[in-house]
Design a protein around this ligand. Structure first.
Ligand code: S3P
Ligand code: PEP
Length: 409
């Protein structure tokens, strides 16, 4: 792929938020009804819809590489008493799920590991109500591996005879996703209080409700990167984003403000334009881990020194994202230096884009984070269809924006 050299302009379509979509689908399934508008066309969301629609007699469900599908469905299928094998891709079978399984077992779920203890596949064998207390079950749940276990438990909490009290332990990552879960539950009549260390969910049937999913802020981050890297005078409009968002990845607004992109909100969405960059940037990604790749690539390419913290969860996502970033940045002369104590640094170094080939490691965000570099020189992205996980129209939208993209067999 390569860029035509002109300033970037016009408007780009974003997918709807897969995080909002997948929560809304689970909660609607528990509520029994509700109109969901602008559901994401991401594979993760279409997969969630397909698996929720499978008859109760289906023996095996495959969550593929979708973390939210694997974790949210485990809790949903457990409390609805299903007997089913829940599996996923080779990578999913390396992504831990023990924290969630331990919690569900304490609540009355019968779940067995069929391969490695603590990892999918899972054999769900039904629900033993005798184990379920009438007063709120109080569980300690680690928050430092994935917030998706906490969201999964919260969403099924209103179905439990006594409700649920979760005591979060450790350094809780991805907090905004927990708040998004709470907001969507409340939208469907669920009663959920987030007291910081404690999350309380009351026994309370969800009510049918309608909801329109917002566009995806994580997907928007790639357009921010493009504006940051594009020729002077570039601008892009992104419809469907809200000023008051439930998505923590709206943090991209403040981060990219330092890396040379200004955001203006209007009734339709946002307009991105270029502005001066800060001399150096330090960013904690604990609340917004999915933005780390985008920001690291931009900082390396524009030559702004960047310190990154809060990257702990990156090693257990679609790939080891730290190793993947290190390998691919080095092809351009860039680096992601591990300074110990959870601190990483993208130093200022000569950074040239001249026909490199990017490995994507089955990770949609590797493909989308590196693609904007094509604004600086020719580039080849391997296995480009990985983007279907969250943004199936990504390459089509880049083509519309003026990238020359040749598909190789
Ligand atoms: O709940 C969600 O929708 C998500 C939570 C985050 O995962 P972790 O909680 O594992 O950090 C995020 O990285 C993922 O893309 C989506
Ligand atoms: C980590 C991600 O997704 P998940 O954990 O849901 O597979 C992601 O989309 O970047």
């Amino acid at each position: 792929m390569r860029w035509n050299g002109a300033p970037l302009s016009g408007s780009a379509q974003l997918p709807a938020s897969k995080s909002e979509s997948n929560r809304a689908l689970i909660i609607r399934a528990l509520a029994g009804a509700g109109q969901l508008d602008n559901l994401s066309d991401a594979n993760d969301t279409e997969l969630m819809q397909r698996l929720l629609a499978e008859p109760a007699t289906t023996a095996t469900l495959n969550a593929e590489d979708a973390g939210t599908v694997m974790r949210f469905l485990t809790a949903y299928l457990a409390v609805t008493g299903r007997q089913v094998l829940l599996t996923g891709t080779a990578r999913m079978r390396q992504r831990p799920i023990g924290v969630l399984v331990d919690a569900l077992r304490q609540l009355g779920a019968q779940i067995e590991y069929t391969e490695q203890e603590g990892y999918p596949p899972l054999q769900l064998q039904g629900w033993n109500p005798a184990l379920t207390a009438q007063e709120p079950a109080e569980l300690s749940v680690r928050g430092d591996i994935s917030s998706q276990y906490i969201s999964a438990l919260m969403m099924v909490g209103p179905q439990l005879p006594g409700g649920l009290r979760l005591r979060l332990t450790g350094k809780v990552g991805s907090r905004p996703y927990i708040r998004m879960t709470q907001s969507l539950m409340q939208h469907f009549g669920g009663q959920c209080r987030d007291l910081g260390e404690i999350i309380e969910v009351r026994l309370q049937a969800y009510q049918p409700a309608d909801y329109t999913i917002e566009s995806d802020w994580s997907a928007a981050s790639y357009w921010y990167a493009m504006v940051a890297l594009a020729p002077a005078g570039s601008s892009i409009t992104l419809p469907g984003l809200r000023r008051h968002s439930w998505q923590g990845d709206q943090a991209i607004v403040a981060i990219m403000d330092q890396l040379g992109v200004a955001t203006e909100f209007d009734e339709q969405g946002v307009i991105l334009t270029q502005k001066a960059r800060a001399a150096a940037v330090e960013q904690d990604f604990t609340d917004c881990p999915d933005l780390a790749q985008t920001v690291a690539v931009v900082a390396a390419a524009v030559g702004v020194p960047l310190v990154l913290t809060g990257l702990e969860s990156l090693r257990i996502k679609e790939t080891d994202r730290i190793a993947a970033l290190q390998a691919e940045l080095s092809k351009f002369g860039g680096a992601l230096v591990d300074e110990g104590d959870g601190r990483f640094r993208v130093p200022v170094a000569p950074f040239t884009v001249q026909g490199q080939t990017i490995e994507t490691y089955h990770d949609h965000r590797m493909a989308m984070a590196f693609a904007p570099l094509a604004l600086r020189g020719p580039l080849t992205i391997l296995a480009p269809t990985v983007v279907r996980k969250s943004y199936p129209q990504f390459w089509k939208e880049l083509g519309k924006a003026g990238f020359d993209i040749i598909e190789q067999a």
